[in-house]
Design a protein around this ligand. Structure first.
Ligand SMILES: [Zn+2]
Ligand SMILES: [Zn+2]
Length: 419
């Protein structure tokens, strides 16, 4: 995990620079594809995902090394060909995993965060799940297991395969000629993120688009059907932690209220969006019928709100930098303390930007707990061993308290406006 932390120390600034370049390009071209809070929400979502991965939260019920040991039919020499075959196997696995996530109610919860932005840009690529807590993805790597692909090669290629899906989250690149027949392109992936009836659940491939063409899920971007991005049930929040469990909460409520026991059990594994008829009648949920009438989630922000959000986002990045650069030397308690700090920061300020009054209370309590920890007699030694850390942390909690009280009179208005 220390190696992964070091990779992230390079990957995160690289992603940030590319996002910045896309923002500047949008200004230059007078075609801006970013809004402030959506971008902060996307980047914060990426942070929650990297923390989940670094801390190894979740359980793996089917592991690749186990499958490979049991099922390998041949053993191949390590070569460029073997790496290529392994990459194709990972891409195949990714297609079916992705298709499952889109198709079945309970699995959609693992993936909805990636589709939750109503924008489409490089930042929204970083909206990755923290709710995929049960690992069974190795099941889709059966072809690799049969071919005896070593686990080491899978672990080297998997992050590269993931990072290779970043570049095509952009509205600034048109169709790419013959490449459209081989690779997933920005045009194809715009279709994937679109909720237009012609586009929903299409283009599920990750790197090579052959899987979509082979298994009947390919859809070209059409000139007369401009993409509208998001989900058919808009998430209506900037809080990436809530987004990760929003669909699951809806399913749990439906299971609770369903009269029929069969419905309570089967709704989890029915096609995405399916609800028991009695529950749908009692508690109707609106989905978007006309995508072109969609009003994006856009609470009204004053300069005060924006400055507060930027303050928290800058602090968040500082926490992540300190966490990653010292990851190897931190004990489990310190790692968990950082995780709590980062998760509560994201949870608190994104909810505040959603305009929730309870978020105001949450932030006050969070700041006071932080201050109590640093001024508690049992923590006195930290002021002598690491005065800079203790001083900076105290300043952060004081500023958080001040910023929250500063916003108290005018929380963001949750009224929706078209943007
Ligand atoms: Zn998807
Ligand atoms: Zn995507």
């Amino acid at each position: 995990m220390e190696t992964y932390a070091n990779i992230l120390l390079i990957a995160i600034p690289s992603f940030m620079v590319l996002v910045l370049i896309e923002i500047l390009y949008g200004i230059w071209k007078k075609k801006q594809t970013y809004t402030l809070m959506d971008t902060i929400s996307s980047l914060s979502s990426g942070t929650t995902n990297l923390l989940k991965d670094l801390l190894g939260i979740g359980i793996i019920i089917i592991s690749y090394p186990f499958l490979r040991d049991q099922l390998a039919l041949i053993s191949m020499e390590e070569s460029v060909l073997l790496y290529f075959i392994a990459f194709i196997c990972i891409d195949f696995a990714s297609y079916w995993n992705h298709r499952l996530n889109h198709s079945i109610n309970v699995f959609w919860n693992r993936h909805v965060v990636h589709h939750s932005s109503e924008e489409f840009n490089l930042a929204c690529a970083l909206r990755q799940s923290i709710s995929s807590l049960i690992g069974f993805g190795a099941l889709f790597l059966l072809p690799a297991a049969f071919l005896g692909v070593p686990h080491k090669i899978i672990t080297i290629l998997a992050p590269l395969h993931l990072f290779g899906q970043f570049w095509y989250h952009t509205r600034h690149i048109g169709k790419l000629g013959w490449i459209e027949y081989i690779l997933v392109t920005p045009s194809q992936h715009r279709v994937h993120h679109a909720i237009n009836p012609a586009y929903v659940d299409k283009n599920l491939s990750a790197i090579f688009c052959i899987w979509d063409r082979l298994f009947g899920t390919f859809q070209e971007e059409l000139d007369d059907v401009p993409c509208v991005y998001g989900t058919l049930k808009p998430v209506q929040t900037w809080n990436p932690i809530l987004i990760n469990f929003q669909h699951l909460w809806g399913l749990t409520q439906d299971a609770w209220y369903a009269k029929n026991w069969g419905d309570k059990l089967k709704l989890w594994f029915m096609p995405t969006g399916w609800r028991p008829a009695d529950v749908a009648k009692r508690f109707p949920k609106e989905t978007i019928a006309n995508v072109y009438a969609l009003e994006k989630y856009a609470p009204v922000y004053t300069l005060k709100h924006k400055l507060t959000a930027i303050f928290h986002f800058v602090c968040l990045n500082a926490f992540i930098y300190i966490f990653l650069s010292s990851f190897g030397s931190l004990n489990l308690f310190s790692q968990m303390a950082f995780a709590v700090l980062i998760f509560t920061t994201i949870f608190g300020f994104t909810s505040l930007m959603d305009g929730h009054r309870w978020a105001f209370v949450f932030e006050i309590v969070r700041s006071l707990i932080g201050l109590c920890i640093f001024f508690h007699p049992t923590q006195a030694s930290i002021w002598t061993t690491d005065v800079v850390f203790a001083g900076a942390s105290t300043l952060y909690f004081v500023l958080t308290l001040v910023a929250t009280l500063w916003m108290a009179q005018s929380l963001p208005q949750r009224s929706l406006i078209a943007s």
